[in-house]
Design a protein around this ligand. Structure first.
Ligand SMILES: Nc1ncnc2c1ncn2[C@@H]1O[C@H](COP(=O)(O)OP(=O)(O)OP(=O)(O)O)[C@@H](O)[C@H]1O
Ligand SMILES: [Mg+2]
Length: 341
């Protein structure tokens, strides 16, 4: 079965053709990072307009890279939620229109489900169920219990910031470029991760909290520089030397990875029947997290961030689980805000 996956939930316009949920025939991703690096973050209205410019060429390229015609496509899968409303609209309206034009079944796929399914794309290794999925992305930090394909229960979630968002905000304080995750990871290489100490949040159960870590870094930078807590965060980078930036990046990254691993370990105790751990989302590209979880499954780093292949993979397993296509004429394909079975 060939599925065309379309993804536009944030600042990547992406389309891919995937065979039977595992074999990537094409995977085209146009990122808007260059545009938003200048602003230090995504501007939703600009993101939506950028999607509109490249959406159809991206889909055309995905089909031609896969040497595939519309007749050969069995289904169209599109991210319907969660994400930026304007960005999602471009993808879902495009997918609905193409489904009508080419008479293809249309599936509306949850974005976090897609991130998890990036793990099935990356390897030939069978991932044994039950699975615990650690979703670590720009907008989410969740632990999902997954007893079987296409069955998800959220057992832990962040009460405030997502871990990726925390990487991005700490990078901003340190004057490192957007997106903050890769910038922090690069700056940290070979530097002292024990120089600065940050507290681990005391959140009960499997929930996370990352806003306190971001503030702890801010206060620590102010203290290191001998500046008052009222000193504006946007100016601190002008006082830090490269050595301090690198050590703050390394110390922050170490703490963030420790917090994720501690909660995951707790989840493994609470769900002793679990046979596999799968990490997903943009932060799963982080090398230190990969080193800290040697027995977990990870997507290939290129598939950690947003892409169309993971949408097609998730859709394949939805179809296998008996999920029916949606009516492309219906105005009601989003928002469905939770991960549903
Ligand atoms: N090597 C890395 N280390 C840490 N964080 C990283 C790395 N690479 C990317 N990230 C972070 O991943 C996040 C982007 O991931 P992703 O694209 O999955 O998020 P999103 O799609 O914006 O949010 P969501 O998936 O929750 O809707 C950013 O916060 C980015 O800083
Ligand atoms: Mg994402």
């Amino acid at each position: 079965m060939l599925i065309l996956g379309i993804e536009t939930s944030c600042d990547e316009t992406a389309a891919a053709v995937v065979r039977d949920g595992r074999e990537i025939l094409s995977n085209v991703v146009v990122s808007q990072i260059d545009i938003f690096a200048e602003y230090g973050g995504v501007i939703p209205e600009v993101a939506a307009r950028s999607h509109l410019e490249v959406m159809l060429p991206v889909i055309d390229k995905a089909l031609s890279d896969a040497s595939c015609t519309w007749e050969e496509i069995d289904a169209i899968a599109v991210t319907h939620a969660p994400g930026l409303l304007g960005s999602l609209l471009i993808g879902t309206l495009t997918a609905r229109t193409l489904a009508i034009l080419h008479s293809k079944p249309l599936y509306a796929v949850h974005h976090l489900k897609s991130h998890v399914y990036a793990n099935w794309l990356s390897s030939d290794v069978e991932i044994a169920f039950p699975v615990l999925a650690l979703v670590v992305s720009g907008g989410h930090t969740q632990i999902l219990h997954m007893p079987a394909h296409n069955q998800f229960e959220i057992v832990g979630t962040t009460r405030d910031d997502a871990v990726g968002e925390c990487f991005d905000k700490v990078a901003k304080i340190l004057g490192l470029p957007y997106p903050g995750g890769p910038s922090i990871a690069n700056a940290a290489i070979g530097h002292n991760a024990d120089k600065y100490k940050f507290p681990h949040p005391k959140v009960e159960g499997l929930d996370f909290s990352f806003s306190g870590l971001k503030t702890a870094v801010l206060r620590s930078v102010q203290q290191e520089l001998g500046l008052p807590i009222s000193h504006p965060s946007h100016d601190l980078k002008n006082h830090l030397n490269p050595e301090q930036v690198a050590d703050f990046a390394a110390s922050f990254q170490k703490t963030a990875v420790e917090i994720l691993c501690e909660k995951l370990a707790l989840a493994q105790i609470q769900y002793p029947e679990v046979k596999s751990v799968a990490v997903a989302g943009g932060v799963s590209a982080n090398q230190e997290l990969r080193i800290a979880l040697p027995n977990a499954h990870f997507p290939s780093p290129a598939l950690s961030g947003d892409n169309g292949a993971m949408v097609a993979a998730a859709c394949y397993y939805e179809i296998k689980s008996g999920v029916k296509p949606i009516d492309p004429y219906s105005l009601n394909i989003y928002p469905r805000v939770s991960i549903e079975a």
